[in-house]
Each structure stands twice: as structure tokens, then as C-alpha cells.
Design a binder for this molecule. Structure first.
Ligand code: XMP
Length: 531
């Protein structure tokens, strides 16, 4: 992607035209919670877009924003080089909400003094609300808020009014008397601030006067038009993995361009039981598209013979995938475009969306290089959406619930869930155990309550007893986690009786397993996968 275009211009150009005039841009000063702020605003039915702090008011004007949010960030406003909003920000005349660092920089711009706090405040603290009108409407006089700051506004000029305080932070929430500026020192976007969503709602609707106009059905219509315009009469290839993102991309493209779409599903021999059939069932017959299954399992499994190192497994699988995909793409000579399920967090984290100041840590392990190697132009219809919005889109497009709510499954599939060497017999044991596990999770209504559940086959043998004889067989680890973003995760507190049934069934029904363990590690320090 070209780097010549100003990243803020690019991000602004991607805002759906239907929301111009009803959008809340968020200036990202490097907060770890910035995506959460954007999600909360969109959850309220108002489109939000993340922009770099260097965005000018001329750029902002193009969006006709209803309000602006200044995020938190790790800097100190008095430090040299600290990111600052355009000093003419308030000339726009639209309400501004500053959160943490955003509050400090907004207050500073309006004449307040920011200094290091006497004591760093971190975690949940009591918030005393003294003015429960407008921004804090509906909040109880005493509630909890989440703090994470070293600096704070120490003295408030006369043209500000305090709205709330904590025992160590005299100005935990403030408003300017004449300018439409509100500031909160705490983080309303995190769940540890129980009334945070109410506060954001108050800002969006009471203060900014937004209408909840961000509707998935409208977005789908706009995107369909955009895709048709981009693609013209050319053919698009979509690599379908069976996961939510690629399935939603395929469903959207099927609606937009139907017969011009070819979906390629690569069977790498590392899929769960019935996976290929499940994806075929969901697409063939329901969508009028060219759907091709490429069975390359032999090649993948051959590559993996004797390999035990996790990263080598990933590398081999990644390059074989590119090889297989390239080969199948050759048989579609009129294809010009490749559709990908890139999501908004990927765009933000890879620094392509805007000049973000947060550290760019790419946390997932997908092998890149596909479009570059194939010379296709990209179609990325989900690049402005969060995961929950993608699920909503899938549901509106008529994908089955089972597809829309699928837990993620890693690209290298069962290869990273069989610790040690991958053999057909190990694959068969893991597939059977995983199938039982998922059956129990679904039938006990736990699938939607968990984020990812799977079985792992450990490379050890344990002693057991069956009938009169001793056994020496393998161990299955059950992993079930709850998470918002897969960057941190906690192990799911599955009911004991469900765990008991899972264990009994796996040991009784899967030949070669005599022990089941439950993984009670959180991430960090563990990861979700075992390899
Ligand atoms: P970890 O194990 O890093 O996993 O806590 C976080 C999320 O990423 C998935 N994951 C992968 N996805 N290729 C993928 O496409 C991979 O190599 C890979 N490794 C982990 C994991 O399933 C979880 O959802």
C-alpha cells in the first residue's frame, strides 16, 4: 500500500458516505483502550473512526463530526514532543470529550495546568458525582471508575466546572463553561467503570445530539455498490477458510457480484472433523457462486513429516498454502482481485489506518504474502469493521448462526494442537476428542458463553487402568477460554459436571486416550494455543 497519502486522509476517505454528518472521530493519543472507545460508540449506533492526533481541523471538517473524542495515552502533556490536538480544535464548535490524557490535553488547551499527581492512581476507585446533569446524567452520587494515570489537572481555571472527584483526584470529571468541552480523568470505555457506557451514551446523544443511524443493512448496501464499482466485470477469488471473517466476505461478495466470485477452500488435512462438509453445506446451494474445494492434504502432511517445532510447522504450512493457492488461482485466468477478511483492528494495528502512536505490535501469526505473490488487487470489505460488526453483517446476510458465532480456528489448524509430530493416527485421536468436546459444549449451551474451546493432544503417555490391565496411553488437554480480544484471556469456569462428562466420554470413546486434563492457565503468561 502506498505511504504517500496522508494516513488521516486515507482513514477519512474510507468513512462510509452515509454516516458523514453523524460520525464521532476519536483522536488516538496511543491509548491501549482506544479500540474499545470506538467499539462502544459504534455499539451505541453511531459510526466512529480512529484518527491520528496530527489530524487538522480542515481534515476533520470533511467528516462533519457531531462530536470528537480525545483518547488517553502514555505521554505527559508537559513533555517535549507530546502529541497534541490541533490548537484550533474548539473552532469546530462541536462537543469534545477528553478521556485521561485526552482530558489533560483538552484542559491544557483551554488554560488549565496539568502536573504529576501526588500518587499514581491505578485501578478501581470511588467516584463522587457532584453534578449529575448532561454528561453524568443518571449516574449515582457514588460509583466506581477505572483510573490509570500519573498526571492530573491540578488547578482548574474559573471557566471550568468540576463534575466529579475521587479521594486523590479533585477534578475527575470537568466541563468548560462556554466551550463544548468535557473531560474525564478515568476510563469510561472499560467494563471496570460500571456506568461508563451510560456516560458515553450521554456524550453521544445528550451532548452531541447524535441519532443512532449506523445500521448494518445500510452499510451492506453501500459496500455492495462500492464493491461493484471497484471490481467492474472482473473476477474475484476468495480464499474461504470456514471462519467467520472469510465466510462473511464470501457471503457479501456473493450478494454483490454473484457469478463473478470464485471461492477456494483448501483442505490442508489439518481440519476438524466434518469441517469441509460444514463449509460446503453453508455455501453450496445457498449462494450462487463458483465454490471449489482443493484437497491438498497429502502435500501438507508430507511437509510436516518428522517436524515437531511449532514455528517450523507454521512456516511450512504457510508456504504450502501459498503454493496451493497460487496453483489453483492459475486455473482462474480472468481473476483480477483477491478478497480478504481484513478487519479494522488489523488495519489499525498494522499502522495503515492513520498515524497511530500506539506501539505497533502485530499479535497474530498469519502468514502474509499472498496478494503480493499473486499480483492481485485486494478487495477488503470488512476493513472498517470490528469483529462484532462482522458477525452482525453475517447474520443480516443470512449466514447460519453456527457460522456467525464460530469460535476462531487457527490457520495451521490441528497441527499446532498436536504437540510433537503430526501423524494420521494422532490427527484421528485429536479429531475424535475435539468433536466430543464441542458436542458437549454446544449441548450444554456453553458455546456462546466461551470464546474458544478446543482439545490438545499432548506428547506424553500416562499410566491408567482398564478392566484388569494397565494401560499406557495419551493425554488430552481441554482448553476453554473467555476473552474480549484474544490478546488477554482467562480460562473458562466450566461446570464440574460438564467437565466430568467431557472427560468420561473422551476416555471411553476415543481409542488411545486414558487421561483428560483441564487447562487452568490465563493469558498472559500462557497463550491460548499450546504451540
Ligand atoms: P495465542 O495462542 O497466541 O492465540 O494466545 C491467540 C489467537 O490466535 C489464534 N492463533 C492463530 N491463528 N494462525 C492463526 O491464524 C496461527 O498460527 C495462530 N496461532 C494462534 C488462536 O487460536 C487464538 O484465537
Amino acid at each position: 500500500m502506498s505511504t504517500d497519502i496522508n494516513p488521516n486522509d486515507r482513514a477519512i476517505a474510507e468513512v462510509p458516505p452515509s454516516v458523514i454528518g453523524e460520525v464521532i472521530p476519536i483522536l488516538d493519543f496511543g491509548s491501549q483502550y482506544v479500540q474499545l472507545i470506538a467499539r462502544r460508540v459504534r455499539d451505541a449506533g453511531v459510526y466512529s473512526v480512529l484518527l491520528g492526533p496530527t489530524v487538522t481541523i480542515e481534515q476533520l471538517k470533511k467528516l462533519k463530526p457531531k462530536g470528537i473524542i480525545l483518547s488517553g495515552g502514555p505521554s505527559s502533556v508537559y513533555e517535549k514532543g507530546a502529541p497534541k490536538p490541533d490548537p484550533r480544535l474548539f473552532e469546530l464548535g462541536v462537543p469534545v470529550l477528553g478521556i485521561c490524557y485526552g482530558m489533560q490535553s483538552g484542559c491544557e488547551l483551554l488554560g488549565a495546568k496539568v502536573e504529576p499527581a501526588h500518587s499514581r492512581e491505578y485501578g478501581g476507585v470511588d467516584l463522587h458525582v457532584t453534578d449529575a446533569s448532561n454528561l453524568l446524567a443518571g449516574l449515582p452520587a457514588k460509583t466506581t471508575c477505572w483510573m490509570s494515570h500519573g498526571d492530573q489537572v491540578q488547578s482548574l481555571p474559573a471557566d471550568f466546572e468540576p463534575l466529579a472527584h475521587t479521594s486523590t483526584c479533585p477534578y475527575a470529571a470537568v466541563k468548560h463553561k462556554t466551550k463544548p468541552f468535557y473531560g474525564v480523568q478515568f476510563h469510561p470505555e472499560v467494563t471496570h467503570t460500571p456506568h461508563g457506557t451510560d456516560l458515553l451514551s450521554n456524550f453521544i446523544f445528550k451532548v452531541c445530539g447524535c441519532h443512532a443511524t449506523w445500521k448494518m443493512a445500510d452499510f451492506i448496501e453501500t459496500e455492495i455498490k462500492r464493491i461493484r464499482q471497484q471490481v467492474g466485470d472482473k473476477r474475484v477469488i476468495c480464499g474461504l477458510s470456514g471462519g467467520v471473517d472469510s465466510s462473511v466476505v464470501a457471503a457479501l461478495l456473493a450478494k454483490a457480484i454473484g457469478k463473478q466470485l470464485t471461492c477456494i477452500f483448501v483442505d490442508n488435512g489439518l481440519l476438524r472433523k466434518g469441517e469441509r462438509e460444514f463449509v460446503e453445506r453453508a455455501f453450496v446451494g445457498h449462494f450462487d457462486i463458483d465454490f471449489r474445494v482443493v484437497d491438498a492434504s497429502e502435500a501438507f502432511l508430507n511437509d510436516l513429516k518428522g517436524i515437531t517445532d511449532p514455528q517450523t510447522k507454521r512456516k511450512l504450512i504457510g508456504s504450502r498454502f501459498i503454493e496451493v493457492f497460487k496453483e489453483s488461482a492459475k486455473s482462474i485466468p480472468d481473476a483480477h482481485f483477491l478478497a480478504q477478511g481484513t478487519l479494522y483492528p488489523d488495519v489499525i494495528e498494522s499502522g495503515h489506518g492513520y498515524a497511530g502512536t500506539a506501539a505497533n505490535i502485530k499479535l497474530h501469526h498469519n502468514v502474509g504474502g499472498l496478494p503480493e505473490q499473486l499480483g492481485f488487487k485486494l478487495v477488503e470489505p470488512l476493513r472498517n469493521l470490528f469483529k462484532d460488526e462482522v458477525r452482525k453483517m453475517g447474520a443480516v446476510l443470512g449466514l447460519p448462526d453456527q457460522m456467525v458465532w464460530r469460535h476462531p480456528f487457527p490457520g495451521p489448524g490441528l497441527a499446532v494442537r498436536i504437540l510433537g509430530e503430526i501423524t494420521p493416527s494422532q490427527l484421528s485421536i485429536l479429531r475424535d476428542a475435539d468433536e466430543i468436546l464441542l458436542e458437549e459444549i454446544v449441548s450444554n449451551q456453553l458455546y456462546r458463553k466461551t470464546s474458544q474451546v478446543f482439545a490438545v493432544l499432548l506428547p506424553v503417555k500416562a499410566v491408567g487402568v482398564m478392566g484388569d490391565g494397565r494401560t499406557h496411553e495419551q493425554v488430552i488437554a481441554v482448553r476453554a477460554v473467555e476473552t474480549q480480544d484474544f490478546m488477554t484471556a482467562d480460562w473458562a469456569r466450566l461446570p464440574y459436571d460438564v467437565l466430568a462428562r467431557i472427560s468420561t466420554r473422551i476416555i471411553n470413546e476415543v481409542r488411545g486416550v486414558n487421561r483428560v486434563c483441564y487447562d487452568i492457565s490465563s493469558k498472559p503468561p500462557a497463550t491460548i494455543e499450546w504451540e
